[in-house]
Design a protein around this ligand. Structure first.
Ligand SMILES: Cc1cc2nc3c(=O)[nH]c(=O)nc-3n(C[C@H](O)[C@H](O)[C@H](O)COP(=O)(O)O)c2cc1C
Length: 245
């Protein structure tokens, strides 16, 4: 039975990052204390925080973050809201970048629904210094995407299964976007209870994955999942930036 107070080794990981002087420490799902940012800065470590609205951006900037990853509503997988109880915003990524730019001058990474050269260019034109993609790489050769997850995605892309995404708390207790499946439909009112629901559903998800059943596994995917292809990651990324294969 997992320990409900398990903090995933937060302090030990932080100390390791400081000791090793990693180039970048990136945070999501919450805002570390200003003292943490000060320690990272003192070691020459660049800190990144994922934010999903202007209020979170202001808080992260005031706490001492160096770069913000601005995650829009189309993103696959977990939304990186600082507070798990919050309903994530629906402001489109371009407008969200504008709003964040209005409250802080930090460099921005744009994330969420970027899967074509046009979307990447639009995010850069809207003031981001870089873009981050997740869904676009889910079928890449290098991705650790499980067999059942890959199968679900490929079936969705090829029209053999429902091909809509939705936000759900059903698998982890935190809002996340995935391909709609039976488990999500059965638990539309899953509570704000991360990481407890994550622990509770873990064995169920593992059993479903072992049985090859995509209806009880989190099939994380953003709205751009139709652009995911089975190619090496460098090829996919070069294509995203309009470079030759
Ligand atoms: C399979 C998968 C798992 C993810 N898990 C997390 C997570 O645990 N925490 C988090 O803040 N973001 C998570 N994300 C979101 C990514 O950090 C990123 O914001 C997102 O993938 C960008 O949008 P895109 O998927 O449309 O490219 C996940 C994304 C995917 C595709």
């Amino acid at each position: 039975m997992p320990d409900p107070n398990d903090d995933d080794g937060w302090q030990a990981k932080l100390e390791l990052a400081l000791r090793e002087r990693v180039p970048v420490a990136s945070f999501t799902f919450g805002l570390p204390e200003p003292a943490v940012f000060a320690e990272l800065t003192a070691q020459g470590i660049c800190s990144v925080v994922t934010v999903t609205d202007a209020g979170e951006a202001r808080a992260a900037a005031e706490a001492g973050a160096h770069i913000l990853c601005v995650q829009g509503p189309k993103a696959g997988g977990h939304r990186g809201t600082l507070d798990s109880g919050k309903v994530p915003g629906e402001v489109p990524l371009g407008d969200l970048l504008d709003r964040v730019r209005d409250v802080c001058a930090l460099p921005l990474i744009a994330a969420g629904g970027i899967s074509t050269p046009g979307e990447a260019s639009a995010a850069l034109a809207a003031g981001a210094g870089a873009v981050q993609v997740g869904t676009l790489l889910l079928l890449s050769d290098e991705a650790g995407t499980s067999r059942v997850h890959r199968g679900g995605l490929i079936d969705a892309v090829q029209g053999r299964r429902e091909a809509e995404t939705a936000l759900t708390r059903a698998f982890s207790g935190r809002p996340a976007r995935g391909l709609t499946n039976d488990f999500m439909r059965a638990h539309p009112d899953a509570p704000d209870a991360y990481p407890y629901i994550n622990h509770v559903t873990g064995p169920l998800r593992a059993a479903a994955a072992a049985a090859g059943n995509p209806e009880a596994v989190n099939l994380w995917a953003g709205t751009g999942f139709r652009h995911a292809v089975e190619d090496p990651a460098p090829v996919i990324l070069r294509r995203l930036f309009g470079l030759a294969d």
